[in-house]
Design a protein around this ligand. Sequence first.
Ligand code: IFM
Length: 453
Amino acid sequence: MVEFPSEFVWGVSTSAYQIEGAATAGGKRPSIWDAFVRRRGAVADGATGDVAIDHLARLDEDVALIAGLGVRAYRFSIAWSRWFPDGDRRVAPAGRDVYDRLVDRLLEHGVAPWPCLYHWDLPAALQQRGGWTARDTVDRFADYAAAVLDVLGDRVGHVALRNEPNVHAVLGHLLGVHAPGTVDVGAFAAAAHHQHLATARVLARLRGDGVRARLGTVLNLQPVDPASDAPEDAAAARLLDAAWNAQALAPWSGGRYPEDLAALFAPVVRDGDEQELRAPLDWIGLNLYTRHRVAADPKSLIGLRLVGAGPDVATTAMGWAVAPDALREQLHRLARSLPGVPIYVTENGAAFEEAPGLDGVVDDRPRVRYLRDHVASVARARAEGVDVRGYFVWTLWDDFEWADGYGPTFGLVHVDRRDLTRTPERSFDWYRRLVATGRLPTDEGGPEDTAGA
Ligand code: IFM
């Protein structure tokens, strides 16, 4: 039997733009995602997060659902431009109150709030001044973080400073398939470096302010495999590993970027940055979904392209290979890179094609199997000595999946796009039992499997 200790933190993760809606309520001003979704062809079916799952209008109902799942922690992100509409010091009181209330509601239900300060939605006003390619954004972020913690700091035990800066740098600034939609290798390096600096500066600032919460950040690390034995494909895999994974770990690799990218980063790295980047974290989060498979492609901007999962490999609705052992592998990588720093799996989950049956039930057994095998992989890593202290499913509700719109559904809870009704799926019940007992259910969920659980 796979069993976890009682102090292991079970949670779920979400992000502001993907669920909140209320796009202009309370003086909120646009973020780069509000702008990006309006570009023709940027998002599948022209979808936007204007309404998303209307979470803010249903906050009490949604918090009750989180509590009903029994999780100990809820990671959500704060929309910077809801609280500080232009990304400067001017506060929108209604925006601030939203998060104040959310934190209180969670605590009333015995759920620990894990706010994340940045999940890709930079205020559009800051993008007009260069966004993450401009060094000034580092200090804007530090001011924002300090102001948020000034309000919430007495009630939050863990804070994630950023979510997946590496994905934001690659998809948003190099490939342009996410906001802000930039396609430029220099912008990629600048955005990656300034985000790292922002994390380090905030760590120093908040500790200087006496913030007691444990401060961490969240990386998306996926193993990269070459599509074939050809040396060109092996080189492509090394390059993607450097751009995606190794550059994300640079602050904990002596503050230095991988050799293959050193020339690219040189123009944005200033004297003293290397030292500043090394600020220690209280914890680190790992988001893992799959393995990347890559082939050389001289015609592409960076000389490579992602190819689908190999033959005979099961995939999710995103076309991502189901590869539970990748989680164990990357937990070891993180433990080697940040020795002594506790690790939390802050996102793991999968989208599958699914729909309610005639009885209204969403029978998402493939998701149950995916979660079960990944949680087992966490247990293996723990048994091998990796200090993993928690696991958060991505995600609770079917939501806005960025450039893919509302097509792929990752939620434990089905959200009907016509009226936004929430219906817990089979996986919700399965995860509820795992959380309640700390023991990994070996069944695939559903009422007929739960007798006695
Ligand atoms: O939905 C995203 C999330 O915003 C960041 N991590 C990956 C998830 C699935 O693509």
